[in-house]
Design a protein around this ligand. Sequence first.
Ligand code: PLP
Length: 408
Amino acid sequence: MHDRRWPTYANREVMLEGAADEDPRGSLRVRDGEGRVFLDAIGGIGCTPLGHAHPAWRAAVDRQLGRLVSVANTFWTQPQQQLATRLTDLFCVPHARVFFCNSGTEATEAAIKLVLRATGRDTIIAFDGAFHGRSLGAVSLTANPHYRAPYVTTPEDGEASRFASARVLRLPFDDVDALRDAFRRHGPSIAAVFVEPVQGESGIFPCSRAFLCEAREQCDRHGSLLGLDEIQSGSGRTGRWSAWQSIVGDEIQPDLLWLAKALGGGFPIGACLATESLAEHMSPGSHGSTFGGNPVACAAGVATLRIMEEEGLLECAAAQLPALRALAEATPLAGVAEIRGVGAMIGIQIGQRSEKAGNQVARHLAESGILVTVCGGHTIRLLFPYRVGHAELETVWQAIGAALVTRG
Ligand code: PLP
């Protein structure tokens, strides 16, 4: 069949139709039009933490669809205020206020505007391997030139790149010394450090606690802001509401943090949380989004967080990586170089550092009824629904083993 979409996505040529099971805890499987069933190990690239068609989530969305679908953001709605309150209670940004949008990229964009306005400075530190989105602001912070060129100029080594009125200073990831050095040299111009506590797109790389603590300390010392892109790692995926909490704990906090993906349980929504004093730098017209904070999306978000709590899903998410490691220890696979991640954000690096190797394994898995994607070229990315346990992980592990044997 001819794909009528822009050719912006690698095409696995599978036409998905619906959830495969009617399960009160959400379906872990999807089916295509020909009746083939797939274990969804990528979960909409991290957007279906409850699985597919979770009945309680659907009921909440249906209820809101029947009440009110869209309003101008000059008016309040209950789902919006409820979700903002829940986010403020659960996440690690003290006394947060929330800007709602529709995607991860837009959440990054809101964060960029906020830190530039709040500090009056022009430089944002971002890291090698970072992925912050694809709008022109967000893609300027993204590291991979494959995404950035030809929209944003690639700087000479050591130089900052520019976008709009800002500069991006790119540093090696998880490198405490490079961070200290950048603050020593550029401190007064640094508006913010933007970091994914667990990098997703580059291959699932968690930051060390030492690095995140150093980032907090340097920002405090130089009057800069610490912003966390938790679009992929947040909303419970690592076993805490934010990956920051999984890695650093609760004693120190970021100034702002942004979410998307899992937050809506599959419904499009993004949110940027900032401390009250920071948020006050914005004023009517300084930013906005017609659909941002849509009542149906917010009701989906409220239901998602409630179900995660009621069903103990964060604890389940936390257990995924240890369960996979135990499987790998019991049945090692020669072609797997490393398993990385936190909780339900897992990367399985295929031995040969080649994109072809990763894609071959992913294609083989799809043929065996398992959906995954590849990140960082040669790493199989698992972003399962949170309740997934030993059985599904074992299915994936065995299928990777078979794929590696087939590939030779
Ligand atoms: N930031 C991170 C860490 C992401 O993982 C992504 C998406 O993969 C984005 C930003 C962009 O989000 P979206 O695709 O919803 O615009």
